[in-house]
Design a protein around this ligand. Structure first.
Ligand code: AMP
Length: 485
């Protein structure tokens, strides 16, 4: 279940133990560049809620505002007024590498040989450790513990005076996932790793300034919808796109790789109103639900989603099965960071703080409950319990994704393998653990047909353990940032 723009307090028994990765945004040639960035970041808030930042460029000067928390908490009129300039980049972060601290909040900035440079990164660089070691040996000092700083150091150490060549040289050495926005006083760059793990899209505003178009770059197209920008195209895997005074340009990295777009963007991460990797996320999720219904049919009275992220798949399931779609669980959207946990002496609200099952809908019914994914199983167990407690006669759990069996090293902060229930238990013992009458997952082939990626082109390592890059020992280390529910 996604915390759409809201956050869950530390003590919440329903807090997630792993999080979304990050989101990036960029604007070139607009008098309100930082305000557009603010709106763009607001639209992609679901991709990270721990810290956010905007860097605006006004001539040669960087104006920077970063903070811990949500976009709406960190920025206000005053802070946005203090970010003048016609170009800006922004970032929302959940730490996939490095602890959450202001030092790790992005965009990262530096004053390099030819002026100020800012970088915002979504993804995870799998050879970060060996590269950091090499840079340290050459004298680099790292301020934070994230992998993005490496890019700035490698740019700084390149003898060329041409920022494009320095950036290209740095990116050629990276392995893993990166969708980047980079801002200098001369250009806005947008770059995507050669495997295209994370999305990155290019747009334009209809109105022009100084007779030139305004360019925007974002992790997801939903950011364009909010600011009224037109989707132009995806930044291609391996592409460095840039726009400067002379117009738009593009080159490709020499490193060639086969495409490995993250299938989990479609399963869970991206907003359903975005078009990701050329496909509507909503339609993909609905198709996944339809295929799931065919693959795991059962005699029931109604289909109910786990709100919000299970909704499109549940619609697909209901359409295919011909059974009614009902809102059997209602979600409270107002659980903010400051929510005060009720003391145990009053009551253990548990999952009910967020989700309330409707007895009027569920009593005496045989229901299919559809969720987007099942990872540790603890959420599903609570949800199945809720639905039963509201009087459902049979509870059949259906998951619109295959069993999650392997951790992600490309920007999704998943628990380590020992905590992934499907990596360690059979279907039957998972069913018993969650307490459902039956349990059914979407097959990997089913998911591939839903994303229309039968011919390949997707990374599904979290489901099949086939990592498309070398892991540089990451799989041998304990995964960081894991919080218990
Ligand atoms: P679990 O209790 O671990 O099985 O949690 C499954 C729930 O977590 C599902 O409702 C998903 O919507 C949600 N989920 C899946 N992946 C993530 C993620 N990377 N971050 C946060 N929530 C997630």
């Amino acid at each position: 279940m996604k915390a759409w723009g809201s956050e869950i307090s530390e003590g919440d028994s329903f807090a997630r133990s792993w999080r979304d990765e990050c989101g990036v945004f960029g604007v070139w040639n607009h008098p309100q560049a930082s305000r557009l960035s603010y709106l763009g970041l607001f639209a992609i808030q679901h991709r990270g809620q721990e810290s956010t930042g905007i860097v605006a460029l006004d001539g040669q000067a960087h104006h920077i505002k970063k903070g811990l928390g949500l976009v709406a908490d960190v920025f206000d009129e005053q802070t946005l007024n203090a970010l003048p300039g016609t170009s800006a980049i922004g970032h929302v972060r959940y730490s996939t590498t490095g602890m959450n601290s202001l030092n790790n909040a992005q965009p990262l900035t530096a004053h390099l040989f030819n002026g100020p440079v800012a970088v915002a990164h979504n993804g995870n660089i799998v050879n970060a450790e060996p590269l950091k070691q090499e840079l340290r040996e050459q004298g680099s000092i790292f301020q934070g513990s994230n992998d993005t700083e490496i890019i700035l150091h490698m740019i700084a150490r390149n003898p060329s005076s041409d920022l494009l060549q320095c950036l290209k040289g740095a990116l050629e050495r990276l392995e893993g996932a990166y969708s980047l926005t980079v801002l200098s006083h001369k250009a806005l760059f947008a770059a995507r790793d050669p495997m295209g793990f994370r999305p990155l899209v290019l747009g334009q505003l209809e109105e022009k300034f100084n007779d030139r178009p305004t360019y925007v770059v974002a992790s997801e197209t939903c950011a364009f919808d909010l600011i009224g920008a037109r989707f132009v195209r995806e930044i291609e895997p391996g592409e460095i796109f840039w726009v400067d005074e002379t117009g738009e340009h593009s080159i490709f990295l020499e490193k060639k790789r086969s495409t490995s777009r993250c299938v989990f963007e479609h399963v869970y991460f991206a907003r359903p109103d975005s078009v990701v990797f050329g496909e509507s996320v909503y339609e993909v999720r609905k198709r996944a639900g339809q295929i799931l219904a065919r693959e795991t049919a059962v005699d029931i009275d109604m289909v109910i989603p786990v709100p919000d992220s299970g909704v499109p798949a549940a619609i697909g399931y209901a359409n295919e099965s011909g059974k009614p779609f009902e809102l059997g669980i209602i979600r409270n959207h107002y659980i903010g960071r400051t929510f005060i946990q009720p003391q145990q002496s009053i009551r253990d609200f548990g999952v009910k703080i967020k989700l309330n099952p409707q007895m009027a809908v569920l009593k005496g019914k045989r229901v299919v409950v559809v969720d987007d994914s099942l990872v540790r199983g603890t959420t599903s167990r609570k949800i199945v319990g809720l639905v039963r407690s509201a009087g459902a006669k049979e509870v059949h759990l259906r998951i619109a994704a295959p069993p999650t069996r392997s951790p992600c090293y490309y920007g999704v902060d998943t628990p380590e393998k020992s905590q992934l229930i499907a990596a360690n238990q059979s279907l039957e013992s998972i069913r018993q653990f969650v307490g459902a009458d039956t349990l059914g997952y979407l097959s990997l082939n089913g998911l591939k047909s839903a994303v229309r990626g039968e011919s390949g082109g997707y990374c599904s390592a979290c489901f099949d353990g086939k990592y498309p890059t070398e892991l540089f020992g990451l799989d041998a280390k304990p995964k960081g940032n894991i919080r218990g529910i």
